[in-house]
Design a protein around this ligand. Structure first.
Ligand code: 4AD
Ligand code: MG
Length: 483
């Protein structure tokens, strides 16, 4: 058996008592031809491996370069050096893979996040990305734990669908049709449109933008379900908060109204934060320090009032601010920011869609905490949201987080078939195509609600990373699909 290694994270918790162990990992640095800082990805803390002078061949020592991979067997001793409790005195060092130091793009110095994005295949080997992606893993695990403990059923909704759940038309087509002009021509109907009858599925299909509609089918049988999978949006938004491929968690619950929905969403977000605080303390502290160092470069008024950990504590210890869209519009309209014309999109009045600058004003400047906005105008929300008695608003809710903006979008669903169909007609949603969705309203319809949490935005919030491209391994954004 090859792998009888101890992980460095575990080893570093031991009391040094001359244990014989084997570790494996990648060299971070090699000092004085004697001290190897070895990292195996289990923690940012390197293990100090000591190669005693004179004990190893010069030929071997020359091959201990940054990012070379090693198998080291040795004895665990108390360390005299600063900054570590123990070290490994090597008895045998085997080079598993050489690394040409001249060509290796990561030097033991600070690189910009932009540069690291260009070498995203190697950036996991930096402390920053080590921390971010261990936390991302933890949060994904916590998502399942939260819902599993509550008895929700994890549902795998399809990636390829024929429906546009949000009705927003921002979809990637899925097709095997040729799009040549020559012999292998795109099949067309008489009117010139593409004939999808000849396509793989015999109809036009796309990558899913949301698993919600299928999720509702599950909730109206299991009671409570959640999805957690990739979703795709062909929106041409080149921002620090948008991806063309992102992961979304969509719980859907029968017998829930809007308030129940908001309560669950708030509990869920706090649970995820708590989970990371309890299980990723070291990585959070590293990222908090990184952020603090970064902010030192900024002018005083651009710096955050709270450090990363204090921000997370604050969110855990305070209720989210709940208010209606109508109340939010009033606050924004009356704000000095609006009066001094500092919004790029001035507040014109009730009915307008909120831009991210407005959302951020509410959370960052006005309330200084996460906000749950409820009961939006029907005209700016999707067809499936429950129509309120005022005839103008729907039972929608968005959760806005400091530094991020919208992190959750959800609603109580319109369970009344007649109302739902009337709304679909108004919004030109093809009723015939969604016959299966409408069946839930025909056969034992129930009040139900759900929401979608953008997983990367949640990871951004917890890690403090300002660009969403730095919390997903290989970001897909307009003009970019490398790796
Ligand atoms: O608000 P959205 O579009 O809502 C839905 O898709 C509903 N079907 C959810 C539901 O009720 N089941 O998206 C939900 C969340 C947003 O709040 C945001 O956090 C995230 O998904 N999101 C994105 N994240 C990254 N990149 C994008 N392009 C995103 N679009 C939405
Ligand atoms: Mg939304």
């Amino acid at each position: 058996m090859f792998n009888k290694r101890v992980k460095i994270k575990e080893l570093l918790t031991w009391e040094p008592k001359e244990q014989e162990v084997t570790v494996m990992g990648w060299v971070r640095t090699f000092r004085n031809n004697q001290f190897i800082a070895l990292n195996d990805g289990s923690t940012n803390n390197n293990l100090q491996v000591v190669a005693e002078l004179g004990k190893f061949d010069d030929e071997l020592l020359k091959r201990i370069t940054t990012s070379a991979s090693l198998k080291v067997t040795g004895t665990v001793l108390a360390s005299l050096g600063k900054g570590q409790k123990l070290e490994l005195k090597a008895t045998a060092i085997e080079i598993l893979g050489d690394s040409d130091a001249e060509k290796y793009p990561l030097q033991p110095k600070k690189h910009s996040l932009e540069f690291l994005r260009e070498i995203a295949h190697l950036r996991f080997r930096t402390n920053t990305f080590g921390s971010v992606f261990r936390i991302r893993h933890s949060l994904a695990f916590a998502v399942h734990k939260f819902f599993n403990d509550k008895g929700f059923v994890y549902m795998h909704t399809p990636i390829i669908t024929a429906s546009d759940a949000e009705g927003a038309g921002e979809m990637f087509k899925v097709t095997t049709l040729p799009f040549d002009e020559g012999k292998n021509k795109t099949p067309r109907n008489e009117d010139g449109t593409v004939n999808f009858k000849d396509d793989f599925f015999g109809r036009a299909t796309n990558l899913t933008v949301s698993g919600q509609l299928e999720g509702e089918l599950g909730a109206t049988a299991f009671g409570e379900i959640y999805t957690f999978g990739p979703t795709f949006r062909a929106e041409n938004s080149n921002t620090a908060r948008h991806l063309a491929e992102f992961w979304m968690i969509e719980p859907e619950m029968a017998f829930y109204d809007l308030e129940d929905n908001a309560n669950l969403a708030e509990e869920f977000i706090k649970y995820l934060i708590r989970y990371a605080m309890d299980n990723n303390r070291e990585d959070l502290e590293f990222l908090a320090q990184r952020l603090a160092d970064e902010e030192k470069q900024l002018p005083q008024d651009k710096r955050s009032e709270l450090g990363l950990i204090e921000k997370l504590e604050f969110v855990l210890n305070n209720d989210f601010q709940r208010l209606t869209y109508t109340e939010a519009i009033d606050i924004l309209k009356e704000s000095n920011h609006n009066k001094k014309k500092k919004f790029q999109y001035p507040i014109t009045g009730w009915g307008m869609d909120l831009q991210s600058e407005h959302e951020r004003y509410l959370v960052e400047k006005h309330f200084k905490k996460p906000v749950i906005l409820m009961n939006y105008p029907a005209a700016i929300k999707a067809f499936y949201m429950r129509q309120n008695e005022d005839g103008k608003t729907v039972a929608a809710m968005d959760i806005l987080a400091p530094g991020i903006g919208e992190i959750v979008g959800g609603s109580q669903r319109e369970e009344r078939q007649d109302r739902l169909e009337a709304r679909m007609k108004e919004m030109h949603i093809p009723i015939e195509d969604l016959w299966w969705y409408l069946d839930t309203r025909r056969f034992g319809t129930v009040p139900h609600a759900g929401f979608g949490l953008g997983f990367e935005r949640m990871v951004q919030f917890v890690t403090g990373m300002t660009n969403i491209r730095d919390v997903i391994a290989f970001p897909r954004t307009p003009g970019s699909a490398e790796f």
